[in-house]
Ligand binder design. Structure first.
Ligand code: FAD
Length: 303
């Protein structure tokens, strides 16, 4: 049972939380409430996304700075290289480093024409995630995470091409991959097996997307190539106007996914929080990560 596994994992599980930079004061207040509630869980790091085409560069930097100044959390700044020259990208890396940022999540980004449109690199820019990792590595000893796709990236012809790009990211200095969200753990496990066979040994940390709003998640999933299993749709069916029941189901679904991954030997999780605390808190509680838990104590002792 899951209980008999508890002693094995106690003190060993690690989590990180992802936020997006707020647009308005109300959204900023909500993010800050979320950060305040999640901080006592002592995540390994918290990451702040970078809007399409670098549109949130200022807001990302402001959010990262506030985390550095007002909390003991370790921020990771997401960066993309879409629609920017090498000089611009190098400059932004330097700005983040000057703020005190030591961790990045390096992404290529998507075409401004929209997700799914053919990607065109900036003529004087870095053309993919691997080149961006290299640019970061040239400026310092950063901890660099990259994206990985258990169902392959929609632009990748096949898994071999996809995993080859991941290999280039690792060769250029990436130390961790975080996956696109997925709901079928078998797909993730098969992907990790393929990655290991390709000689890639960095952690492939599952990106967990708690289903705050099924319609939104299903819509987003279809654009980024993530499969929404029929059984998942079935579980949320009829809950469109039942927000409380929807949240209870979402909590059960996410906890079930994470506990199954723990049973498969996974001990590190990245949560796409959507700047909300409840579902991430509920799942962390279920797996024993709580304020003052051995995980939280080990992490704060290490900090
Ligand atoms: P890459 O790894 O460079 O490329 C993606 C795939 O396309 C590769 O696997 C490769 O097989 C294929 N490919 C690339 N170039 C070629 C080529 N020349 N020929 C053939 N195939 C090619 N987006 C944001 O805008 N901001 C964020 O903050 C952000 N955070 C993210 C965090 C995570 C954990 C994840 C999983 C995604 C995030 N994204 C973000 C989305 C990301 O920008 C998109 O998924 C984007 O389409 C790919 O970025 P990448 O770094 O994986 O690209």
């Amino acid at each position: 049972s899951h209980f008999s596994r508890r002693p094995d994992t106690a003190g060993k599980l690690r989590v990180s939380f992802e936020f997006f930079p707020p647009k308005t004061e109300a959204m900023e207040a909500r993010l800050w409430e979320t950060v305040t509630r999640l901080a006592p869980l002592a995540p390994d790091f918290v990451s702040v996304t970078y809007g399409a085409g670098g549109s949130t560069r200022e807001r990302t930097a402001r959010t990262v700075r506030r985390i550095l100044e007002e909390t003991t959390l370790t921020p990771a700044a997401h960066m993309t290289c879409v629609d920017a020259s090498r000089e611009d990208v190098d400059h932004v890396i330097g700005e983040f480093a000057a703020l005190g940022v030591r961790r990045f999540v390096a992404l290529r980004g998507d075409s401004s024409a929209g997700v799914g449109e053919a990607y065109k690199p900036h003529p004087g820019g870095y053309s993919n995630g691997a080149e961006l990792v290299g640019a970061m590595r040239r400026q310092g000893e950063f901890d660099i995470s990259v994206a990985a796709y258990p169902e392959k990236h929609p632009e990748s012809a096949d898994f071999a091409t996809d995993i080859d790009m991941l290999k280039r990211k690792v060769d250029n200095g990436a130390t961790r991959a975080i996956t696109q969200f997925f709901f079928d753990n078998d797909l993730y496990e098969r992907y990790v097996e393929r990655v290991r066979r390709a000689g890639i040994y960095i952690p492939i940390v599952p990106g967990i997307q708690p289903v705050h709003n099924f319609a939104q998640v299903a819509n987003f999933a279809s654009r980024c190539g993530a499969h929404v299993p029929g059984w998942l749709a079935e579980r949320f069916d009829g809950l469109e106007n039942e927000p409380q029941i929807h949240a209870l189901v979402a909590s059960a679904v996410a906890a079930e996914q994470v506990i199954d991954l723990i049973d498969r030997g996974i001990d590190e999780f990245h949560f796409y929080t959507m700047n909300r605390a409840d579902l991430a808190l509920a799942v962390c509680h279920m797996i024993g990560i709580r304020p003052g838990s051995s995980e939280a104590k080990a992490a704060s002792a290490a900090a």
